[in-house]
Design a protein around this ligand. Structure first.
Ligand code: ADP
Ligand code: ZN
Length: 219
């Protein structure tokens, strides 16, 4: 499967992308994770994007698209991918279309995870991540084990630096300004599938899986 997941920050893109990639045997590609990892390693890329991320702004399109292009060229993408957090702007979507055309492949679906803004704010406020493996938790709905240790790897579970209240608000505003037009872009081409993303992780995954398979059957 070749899938793009769209949705507000906190809509559950990362969680769903990981679960669905497992189901489909596809790789999960999160531009947010790529940037955060670069920051934690202190690489050239990390130094370039650190401030942008902490403000909640977008990394420039040309840089982001070049990173995704390189990632999609790796062999593990041959059997499919779930793109989480890319594209996030219309120019990025146009760049993605060009990359796929060049590779002679097509997207199976573009899925929009639908949640109201107030739900997203509650989810982001309680979000915690493992500083080692990136596993996500939520203080209310999926709390990390006692002492803030990750259930999967034992790493310490922390708040994401760009989950500060200012950065959250900024990310939501950026989504409305830069990413909402992208939703319209895919919708006007008849390529958008909307899925109600309020529910447990398993219920939402099942909805996405069904919606994508319906879309596949149609095309
Ligand atoms: P969320 O969906 O919760 O906002 P992500 O992990 O997807 O979080 O992204 C975190 C940050 O990484 C973004 O706020 C932005 O700074 C940067 N980023 C991720 N994907 C892109 C992209 N496609 N274009 C530009 N910046 C991006
Ligand atoms: Zn972990």
């Amino acid at each position: 499967m070749r899938i793009v997941l769209l949705g507000l920050p906190g809509s559950g893109k990362g969680t769903q992308a990981e679960a669905l990639a497992r189901v489909w045997g596809s790789v999960h590609i999160s531009t947010g994770d790529i940037f955060r990892q670069a920051v934690s390693e202190g690489s050239d890329l990390g130094r370039k994007v650190e401030e942008i991320l902490s403000r909640g702004d977008l990394v420039p399109d040309v840089l982001t698209s070049a990173i995704v292009r390189a990632r999609l060229h790796r062999a593990d993408c041959r059997d499919g991918f779930v793109l989480d957090g890319f594209p996030r702007t219309v120019p990025q979507a146009i760049a993605l279309d060009a990359m796929l055309q060049e590779a002679g492949v097509m997207l199976d679906a573009v899925v929009q995870l639908d949640v109201a803004a107030d739900v997203v704010i509650e989810r982001l406020a309680g979000r915690r991540v493992c500083s080692v493996c990136g596993a996500t938790y939520h203080l209310r709905t999926n709390p990390p084990p006692a002492e803030g240790r990750c259930a999967r790897c034992g790493g310490s579970v922390v708040a994401r630096p760009d989950d500060s209240e200012e950065a959250q608000q900024r990310r939501i505003a950026v989504y409305q300004a830069a990413t909402a037009p992208l939703v319209t872009f895919y919708e006007s081409q008849g390529r958008l599938v909307r899925v109600d993303a309020v529910g447990t992780v398993a219920v939402v995954s099942e909805r996405v899986r069904r919606a994508v398979e319906r879309e596949e059957a149609r095309s």
